[in-house]
Design a protein around this ligand. Sequence first.
Ligand code: GLN
Length: 387
Amino acid sequence: MPTLSHRTAGFTDSVIRRMTRISNRYGAINLSQGFPDFEPPKEILDRLREVCSEDFHQYSITWGAQNFREALAAKQSRLMGFPIDPDREIVVTCGSTEAMMAAMMTVVDPGDKVIVFSPFYENYAADAILSGAEPIYVPLTPPAFGFDADVLEAAFCQRPKALILCNPSNPCGKVFTLEELKLIASLAEKYDAYVITDEVYEHIVYEPYRHIYFASLPGMRERTVCCSSLSKTYSVTGWRLGYIIAPEAVIEPAKKIHDFLTVGAAAPLQEAAVTGLCFPDSYYEALKHSYTIRRDLLLKGLDDLEIRHTVPQGAYYVLLDISEFGYDSDLEFCERMAERVGVGAVPGSSFFREPVNHLIRLHFAKKEETLYAALDRLSSFREKMRR
Ligand code: GLN
């Protein structure tokens, strides 16, 4: 048979998603792939029930149902601080996964370079391969996950077409400061690059940190391709509702890429989700509060067990330091942990460009009882994970 495309040889399957399958195999509490085990808001589910018997079973407009885009534009204009045109500046996609892929394919030609901070969410490497982009990695150095301005400028000197900014960051929980964002903005301007943002954790930020939308910085609206989704904000990761917000000149070609890739996001789900997009600001305050409780619960439990960990400023992940166990492979560690301890984690090496294998990632988008059960299992962590 003829060979398959070279493109597919460039990457493995997603380790995050693989760890969910491994967790399921061992009946482990799955703190690997980040998704909630609690229900989405009742109002959204009630609306979904009604939608079943209404007329939403055929395609919506390819770049998103009109009322969904209008509700999204109203919410994001309020939060981002500038008016967003629902007809010209939004494409609704199948999750932010498609949004990021479509954004990359819109901005980047094969052979172009893109800056990616490391650690990074693993999809970006695959997005780069699929769009033909060549990543330039810039380290975010633990424990504070800051970056070196000179290293970043050296990366910009290679004339990248874009920088990918995950803020708040998966997996390190960093929330970029205004100063850091301004520095990135000045370099993007100086070297004339786009900034493609992944802001899916925009509402999951812990006190005293604040999320700043990159597009809201002076002069950045024109060069920012903002990707986000409803998955984390409304606990509907399986609905696959994401979007791109960008100036019309970017959205026009992005609409075409999206159309030929997927035609459109699920019409009934868009209709039901409009309910969530119209929630008052108190909803987002409550979401933040509930995630703060989950974060504090897990961190306290890890402290009690004397397991060293990061303290996330945003998003819902914590990195645990497993260097004391002396494993060469963090993947092997995570597989064993799922089997022996009964808790699923993601090996840190799947997020880092650098040879890091002493970190594993847990997420805490889980009911408090699930987190307590996981901590209970982790109490035998040291004993069971000894080599
Ligand atoms: N963002 C989530 C994670 O990092 C999962 C995303 C996904 O699997 N599509 O675990």
